[in-house]
Every structure is written in C-alpha cells, then in structure tokens.
Design a protein around this ligand. Structure first.
Ligand SMILES: C[S@@+](CC[C@H](N)C(=O)[O-])C[C@H]1O[C@@H](n2cnc3c(N)ncnc32)[C@H](O)[C@@H]1O
Length: 252
C-alpha cells in the first residue's frame, strides 16, 4: 500500500511550463542562479525547475513528504519552515509556493521571502483549483464529494494533515502580498495545465486531497469512482487543471 506522500507524488499535477517560463522572464530572462520552493512537499513543484536554474532548493518540514522528494533526487531539500530557511540573504532569483502559502504564517513567510530574494527577484504563490475539468458528470460528482468533505470539516472542526489551524483563503494572497510591503509590484495571473488522466488517476488524485483523506471513511468516494469508471471506462483523457498565480516582484 503506497503512503499518502507516495500517492501524492504520483497523482498530483506538475506546474505549468508556461508559468515557469514567465517567472524567469519576469526576473530579466537570464538563467536563474537559485530557485527556492517553499513547502516543496514531495518535490513535484521543485523538480520542475531542474534544467532551468543553476541550483534548485526545496524547503519542507514534513519528513514523509521530504523523504519522497529526496528519493527522486535532482534538487536539494532543507527541513526548513517557510519563516526560517537558513538560506543566505538575497541569494534567490525566484521563490515559489505551490499549493502551500495558505498553510504558512504570512508575516514570517513574507519576511523570509523578502530576505532571501535578490532585489528584482520574483515570488510566486500558485495553486490549482481542486476539481480539474474532466467531464461534466465526473466534475459534478467530484464537487459533490468536496461539498460533503467541507460539511464534515465544519461539523468536526478537523483541519489538515499539515497544520493545526484552518488554511488561509487563497483569494486573499494577493492583498496580503501587497500589504506585506516586500514587493514593488504584485499581480494575479490565471492559466492552465493539461495532463493525461483516467479513472484510476482521478481516484488517486481525489484521495491525495487532505480534506478527503481526513474524512475518507465518511465520504461517498464509491459514488465518484462508479461515475468515473462508467463515464471514462478504460480511456485516458485530458485533465484540465486551472491555476491561479499571485506574483510579486521584490522591491529594490
Ligand atoms: C499541498 S503540499 C504542496 C507540495 C508541493 N509544493 C506541490 O506543489 O505538490 C503543501 C506543503 O506545504 C508544507 N508546509 C506547510 N506549512 C509549511 C511551512 N510553514 N513551511 C514550509 N512548508 C510548509 C506541507 O508540509 C506540505 O508538504
């Protein structure tokens, strides 16, 4: 039986290439000397930078997630918290938070991002919407499952595999970045990535969502699986993941 971290690594999406290209361009276009990925998890969002930067470092406090990342190799991983990476001042051209900023304490995180980014360096917090576009029937069943998980979370007060507090609202990231005072310019960008998927991937992806994992025994997972198997059969189809990125350029 694969661990949560192994399933996470297998079924979650990779960052859109267009976003990585765009971030490099926003720093001035040269090859980055260092990219730092905060909350690097199993390294999905960190490994994406290999071959695009001289050095790639992930910071991840969860030992299970970090172990999977280290087994894949390629990048360096620190056990650091987003508020204290131990990296040098102004060492990074790009700092990213992929699906992770909502778990972090904003003030120490922005202070650390501001400290390790060089002047003119770029910070990006990016997240995908939980439900990919697969097929209207499948998507509706998926949304119903997430609604049920949300209801259970409200009833039980249970939160997440990673923190003892509720996640922050992602649609407030941009306002918090602007208010932090660390960025001379910050904006939002929407984009998408397309990956191949089938019924098995869909169910693996669903089980890798913290909200589902926490309440697995009490959620109608079988109904979603039956819908996915009936609609998709054995076919592999495109899964469209919608992303929202909040990007800030470090003040000089
Ligand atoms: C949803 S995962 C995202 C992993 C990876 N970035 C990705 O895109 O697949 C969120 C990660 O943030 C990490 N995390 C939570 N709080 C953190 C903090 N204060 N500092 C650094 N990482 C943190 C968690 O341990 C978890 O691995």
């Amino acid at each position: 039986m694969p661990s949560f971290a192994e399933s996470y690594d297998r079924f979650r999406p990779r960052p859109p290439e267009a976003l990585l290209d765009l971030l490099v361009r926003m720093t001035g276009g040269g090859r980055p000397a260092l990219v730092v990925d905060l909350g690097s998890g199993t390294g999905l969002s960190t490994r994406a930078w290999l071959g695009r930067a001289e050095r790639v470092v992930g910071a991840e406090p969860d030992a299970d997630m970090r172990t999977v990342a280290e087994a894949e190799g390629g990048a360096e991983y620190l056990a650091g918290d987003s508020g204290a990476t131990g990296l040098l001042h102004a060492c990074a051209d790009i700092v990213t938070c992929s699906q992770s900023l909502h778990w972090m304490e904003p003030e120490p995180t922005f202070a650390e991002v501001g400290r390790i980014l060089r002047a003119g360096g770029v910070f990006a917090a990016y997240d995908y919407d939980a439900v990919p576009v697969v097929h209207p029937e499948v998507d509706a069943a998926f949304e119903a499952l997430l609604d049920a998980a949300k209801d259970l979370r409200e009833q039980t007060g249970s939160i997440s595999p990673w923190t003892s507090r509720a996640p922050l609202r992602k649609d407030e990231h941009l306002a918090r970045m602007r208010a932090s005072g660390w960025f001379r310019f910050a904006r939002e960008l929407v984009l998408h990535a397309v990956e191949d998927g089938d019924a098995e991937r869909l169910m693996g992806y669903v089980r890798s969502l913290g909200a589902i994992e926490t309440h697995r025994a009490r959620l109608p997972l079988d109904e979603l699986e039956a819908t996915a198997r009936r609609v998709l059969g054995d076919r592999t189809v495109p899964f469209w993941f919608g992303y929202r990125a909040r990007i800030g350029v470090r003040d000089t």
